[in-house]
Design a protein around this ligand. Structure first.
Ligand code: CTP
Length: 415
């Protein structure tokens, strides 16, 4: 096959480079969306397709979206150096999405009989694999064993989701993980590698995220503006760093990290119960959830009817989760968050002491460009021994990776 496309000066424009392997699963069309997201995020994306993949999606699609040559054969040799060797030196991550049972087996056994498998053998960087196949094939012990071999070698398997697959009525796991979740996993891995947050020894990391809802009646509740993005970024970064992650999530509209155990809660009381149940077995708590401080003293069982004149609500205090944990063992690293509109440093440091935290992340929410609902943040981390780490404005996933590096680094550890 002739080489498709032409070289660009993309290496000069991009900080990080992703090699995206696309194989012959019907989910190959989703790799086009993935390519578009990777490119929009500023990642230099080089697509390598297997022969079967080219029967499902036209290489021109990936050429146009990635603006880079698409490798479809070992015999695309535009230069003195074979394409796969040049790319292997340049790429930071090899992502195979979708990955068939066939490519998983080839990688496990070191078979190199086409451009993608040959590239994979010559690549020494981070490997991420998003399988997509019939659920019966996914469950097959041969496939599971090959995935274990790859995991042992350091690859991350982005496990497929349950749901209907194209080839039949089976509904077990087999569908490609959501494109957004695959993209988030790649971005998080690059962020933790850049921050030096990859785990030497995996920890059990408990993260809370999002708002809580306190009901007035069956139709109405009081809540706050938390989007959950910072907490989800922390959970995503912790999974990418190799930790075992439990995410206690209030109601948010975000894709959970692949591989995290997610406990969905709605009210402050439910968040309290979930955190208290999980805390003992955890090593670290990132308490980024925006827990309501008050709730209606009584919840009406029927919808409240309007009456003339103002409405006065009787509110009662909720449990302060961090303070309620003081009766449990304090071997943990506990990180609190202070979202403030004024006196940011003063209030944050007061909470660090009052709540007996190891670290507090201070966040100025009076600014519209960072914090609530936005994709970027700028925070200051204060440690209980007086350490201060300023994290300048950056995407929340990068802030999350740096928070992980700073709080879990034994060099900075305070216990
Ligand atoms: N927090 C908690 N339980 C609550 C309220 C807050 O564990 N009921 C945690 C938050 O998750 C956060 C930290 O405490 O990590 C600080 O939360 P914040 O709302 O800023 O502080 P408050 O204690 O509510 O203090 P204030 O109302 O004075 O701002």
């Amino acid at each position: 096959m002739e080489p498709i496309g032409m070289d660009t000066d993309s290496e000069k424009r991009f900080a990080k480079s992703v090699a995206l392997g696309v194989t012959g699963s019907i989910a190959a069309y989703k790799a086009a969306d993935l390519t578009s997201r990777l490119v929009k995020a500023g990642l230099d994306t080089h697509v390598i397709m297997t022969e079967s993949a080219t029967r499902l999606v036209c290489p021109q699609t990936f050429l146009t979206l990635s603006r880079n040559r698409v490798t479809t054969s070992l015999w695309d040799v535009p230069d003195w150096r074979p394409e796969h060797i040049a790319l292997a030196d340049q790429a930071d991550v090899l992502l195979i999405a979708p990955a068939t049972a066939n490519i998983i087996a080839k990688l496990a056994y070191g078979v190199a009989d086409d451009a993608l498998s040959t590239f994979a053998l010559s690549f020494a960087g981070t490997v991420m694999i998003a399988p997509a196949m019939n659920p019966r094939m996914w469950r097959h012990p041969a496939v599971q064993r090959n995935c274990d071999v790859l995991r042992d070698r350091g690859a991350r398997i982005l496990t497929p989701s349950p749901g209907r697959v194209a080839c039949g009525d089976e509904t077990g796991p087999g569908r490609l993980a959501p494109v957004e979740a695959v993209f988030n996993a790649v971005q998080a891995r690059l962020a933790v590698e850049a921050a030096g947050a990859v785990a030497d020894s995996p920890k059990r990391v408990l993260v809370t995220a999002g708002p809580t809802r306190e009901f007035l009646d069956p139709a109405r509740y009081l809540t706050n503006r938390s989007s959950g993005k910072m907490g989800y970024a922390l959970a995503e970064a912790a999974v990418a760093a190799g930790h075992d992650v439990i995410l206690v999530s209030g109601p948010v509209d975000l894709e959970p990290p692949i591989g995290a155990r997610v406990i969905h809660v709605t009210t402050a009381a439910e968040m309290t119960a979930a955190v208290r149940a999980e805390f003992a077995a955890a090593d670290t708590l990132f308490m980024s959830g925006a827990v309501a401080d008050y709730r209606p003293a009584a919840v009406a069982t029927e919808k409240l009817k309007k009456r003339p004149g103002p409405l006065r609500l009787d509110m009662e205090r909720t449990v302060d989760i961090l303070i309620s944990l003081e009766d449990q063992t304090r071997e943990h690293t506990v990180v609190g968050f202070a979202a403030e509109t004024d006196h940011v440093e003063e209030y944050a440091k007061e909470k660090l002491t009052r709540k007996h935290l190891d670290w507090i992340v201070a966040n100025d929410i009076s600014r519209s460009d960072i914090g609530f609902g936005t994709d970027e943040n700028e925070v200051t981390l204060h440690g209980r021994n007086g350490q201060t780490v300023e994290l300048p404005r950056a995407p929340k996933i990068e802030i999350a990776a740096q928070l992980l590096a700073a709080t879990l680094d034994p060099g900075l550890s305070q216990k």
